[in-house]
Design a protein around this ligand. Structure first.
Ligand code: NAD
Length: 277
């Protein structure tokens, strides 16, 4: 897939380690952004029902003429659609908007633990997997307790947990749990949503040393940790910059310096507390 390395998920499916995220991309800009990403060489696209842009993703994929078996498409069931039957219906709706026959990776978007529905939702994802309608299934924003509960009660280990992860929130404990359980770590907001992180002086020094941008240094850090990453941009130059991260390598000293930046700096909601439907 365009020279992007793949990681092998726990059910044997290969997933590109670098993909393109479309959170907060308005529906009318989505076709252009995804088209630009596909032209750059990205083959993995990360959307979600709640982003309201699955239809735009579907149009861009169809327009590209790229066969589906060269693509990797992820979408997510929204909180309001959790529960066994509702999830199966939500999956059908997503599939239709995306103009696809099957989805490569389907995720539970948030556990919303107080609503007590994520185990039934996980059962529905297993049904979709068993029926061959999705190639791999996983979760997002699951904490250790949520992961262990679905594994204990359903007996199936999620292939992926997509979590907030960047140098200000390094998630070492959860990454260690993933390694123990065989769950692949996927980083959302890998660039810290482009905020202060990209102006960090330590990252700026490392970037200068390699003749790269701070965004490229952060993406390289993720890749060298083994994370799957899905940076987002609607600017073609940045879409290309974020893809050009395979021609250099951070050394051990760089990695050690980046490790010191962790400050549990969460941007998004706390998954134990977020129960919105
Ligand atoms: P991100 O960390 O990818 O940052 C994106 C922002 O960074 C852009 O809007 C832009 O302002 C800036 N940026 C991008 N490339 C840049 C560059 N080269 N130089 C300078 N600035 C640059 O943030 P994100 O969009 O929140 O996360 C990426 C993807 O993760 C999303 O699009 C979505 O697919 C996924 N996501 C998932 C969840 C979840 O709950 N599962 C939550 C948030 C995001």
């Amino acid at each position: 897939m365009s020279g992007v390395p793949t990681v092998t998920l726990n059910n044997g499916v290969a997933m590109p380690q670098l993909g393109f995220g479309v959170f907060q991309v308005p529906e009318d800009e989505t076709v252009a952004a995804v088209t630009s990403a596909l032209e750059t060489g990205y083959r993995s696209i990360d959307t979600a029902a709640i982003y309201g842009n699955e239809a735009g993703v579907g149009i861009a994929l169809e327009k590209s003429g790229i066969p589906h078996d060269e693509l990797f498409v992820t979408t997510k069931v929204w909180n309001a659609d959790q529960g066994y039957d509702k999830t199966l219906a939500a999956f059908d709706a997503s599939l239709e908007k995306l103009r696809l026959e099957r989805i490569d990776l389907y995720l539970i978007h948030w556990p919303t633990p107080a609503r007590e529905l994520y185990v039934d939702t996980w059962k529905a994802l297993n049904k979709l997997l068993g029926d061959g309608r999705v190639r791999a299934i996983g979760v997002s924003n699951f904490q250790e307790s949520h992961l262990r509960r679905v594994i204990d009660e359903v007996g199936v280990v999620p292939s992926v947990n997509q979590i907030e992860l960047h140098p200000l929130l390094q998630q070492e404990k959860l990454r260690a749990v993933h390694a123990e359980l065989g769950v692949r770590t996927e980083a959302w907001s890998p660039l810290g949503q482009g905020g202060d992180l990209l102006k960090n002086p330590v990252l700026a020094e490392i970037a200068a040393k390699h003749g790269r941008s701070t965004a490229q240094v952060v993406l390289r850090w993720h890749l060298q940790l083994g994370n799957v990453v899905i940076p987002k941009s609607v600017t073609p130059e940045r879409i290309a910059e974020n893809f050009d991260v395979f021609g250099f390598e951070l050394d051990a000293a760089d990695i050690e310096r980046i490790a010191t930046l962790n400050q549990n700096g969460r941007i998004g909601p706390d998954p134990d507390e977020f129960n919105a439907a």
